[in-house]
Write a protein that binds this ligand. Sequence first.
Ligand code: OGA
Ligand code: MN
Length: 290
Amino acid sequence: MGGMHIRSSGGAIGAKITGIDISVPVDTPTFKQVEAALDRYAVVVIRDQKLKPAQLAAFSRLFGTPQINVRTEGNHEDVPEVGWITNVTRDGKPLGSQDAGRYWHSDLCYLAMPSKLTILHSLEVPQRDGVVYGDTNFAGMAAAYESLPEAVKRRLQGLEAANSYRYMWNRKAYDFGARKVLSEEELEQYPEDAVHPVVRTHPSTGRKCLYVCEGYTRRILGIPEPESEALLQRLFSHAVRPEFVYSHKWRVGDVLMWDNCAVQHKASFDYAPPLRRVMQRCTIEGSAPQ
Ligand code: OGA
Ligand code: MN
């Protein structure tokens, strides 16, 4: 290979890496460059890979401890830290999560230790008549925070919010019909809400990032409910203003990595069977948001 090359998307977030093969162990200098690119660009794609689940897991483990997704039926049968993100079925049953990324969100923010990093590898990408579907959209949370009016920044200081997997579940079930509506009791098999700061400091860049999302943030704590609701709605729409958004157009063989403190993301569901989209995902545990 001609050596690793990193190219910025030209915007505040997003970069592309070519010229490396991550199916084999990568050396420390290469790994350090990928890590640095993630801090600088927040969303980084490594092109032209062909990884088996165990290879995806091995590369992911360089960054930390893999998480086993709470929705276990979507996890790979041999390598449980690899989850299927796909609209295809096997034996009449969904192979994995069919409605991942419907709302803007940060991965696993409903856990006490959310994902610092997500690594998503595309095996099949929907395409028709030369048009590629199923882009993933990312919004930069440092820029979103920094552009808030000073009065809002002051108001957010010290506030915490409840981030809830259970609250997401039935909203998604009703909105999209790709999962069963569950009773309160059934929802108890999933994690309790996690409380995190509304604004967190990035553990390596030190930048402040907005950390509430429409997908999981149920409530800002310690203020009246109507105020929480109004503030959340305002923050949700501010966070994803077009000037903060970068869209990834997929190619088969992409390994797309994103920093879940620095960005939120949302899938675009602009395709349907018979168009197929097949991806495998690993998430890496981060520290408790501060
Ligand atoms: C995810 C996710 C979005 C997509 O895998 O965490 O939100 O476009 N995916 O598949
Ligand atoms: Mn996600």
